[in-house]
Design a protein around this ligand. Structure first.
Ligand SMILES: C[S@@+](CC[C@H](N)C(=O)[O-])C[C@H]1O[C@@H](n2cnc3c(N)ncnc32)[C@H](O)[C@@H]1O
Length: 189
């Protein structure tokens, strides 16, 4: 059951329904302050594609997900869009990007997987490449709907991303309630 939630048609339809009024517009505004218009951008874990649509207005965006069900939905909704089947941990692509964005995706990675993902993010980014990722703020981890969820603090993010990226900012913001989320912006060292 673990990690199956985003893989079945039923759960993907449920997620799309539940998340239909939610998007990362305010996070993307922060990204736009550090990434020039028309830059190439990889979105990890595009899911329903709400953020992909906003990103697509400013950047040359490549959407991605490791769920075939989400990819089917993304491709059907956006026939002219570019999407890759990509796992956040391995990021197996020979393409290079000026930026990488994810909204509430990397919290599904355990500590070891996150370290591997960050190394790969460093590799697939061009010089001066930037990252913009959101997380749930808190301590510890849990299994929610059969999925692993790891909570992060400013300190834990600084430690793990600081190996390969200069941290530009880590800000807390409200997804559902004040201070429940963190947005990290960084630039390749
Ligand atoms: C909480 S949803 C967020 C979706 C979207 N970014 C949003 O803001 O609505 C998590 C997404 O990450 C994807 N995901 C989870 N683990 C992943 C992994 N290891 N590699 C790539 N995508 C993953 C899921 O399929 C799902 O689309």
């Amino acid at each position: 059951m673990e990690r199956e939630y985003y893989k079945t048609k039923e759960s993907v339809e449920e997620y799309i329904r539940l998340a239909k009024d939610v998007n990362g517009r305010q996070l993307i505004e922060k990204l736009k302050q550090v990434l020039a218009p028309k830059s190439t951008l990889l979105e990890i874990g595009s899911g329903p594609g709400s953020d992909w649509k906003i990103l697509n207005k400013s950047f040359q965006v490549m959407g991605s997900d490791n769920s075939i069900e989400f990819l089917n939905h993304l491709r059907a909704e956006n026939p002219n869009g570019k999407f890759l089947e990509l796992d956040a941990i391995t990021l197996q692509t020979d393409k290079k990007f000026d930026g990488i964005y994810s909204n509430k995706v990397l919290h599904h990675l355990n500590d070891h997987e996150l370290v591997n993902s960050i190394k790969k993010q460093y590799e697939v980014l061009n010089t001066q490449g930037v990252i913009c990722h959101s997380f749930w703020k808190g301590e510890g981890s849990e299994i929610f709907k059969g999925l692993f969820v790891k909570y992060h603090t400013e300190k834990s993010l600084k430690e793990v991303f600081g190996q390969h990226f200069k941290i530009l900012s880590i800000e807390s913001y409200a997804e559902f309630e004040q201070g429940d989320s963190l947005l990290l912006l960084g630039i390749k060292k």
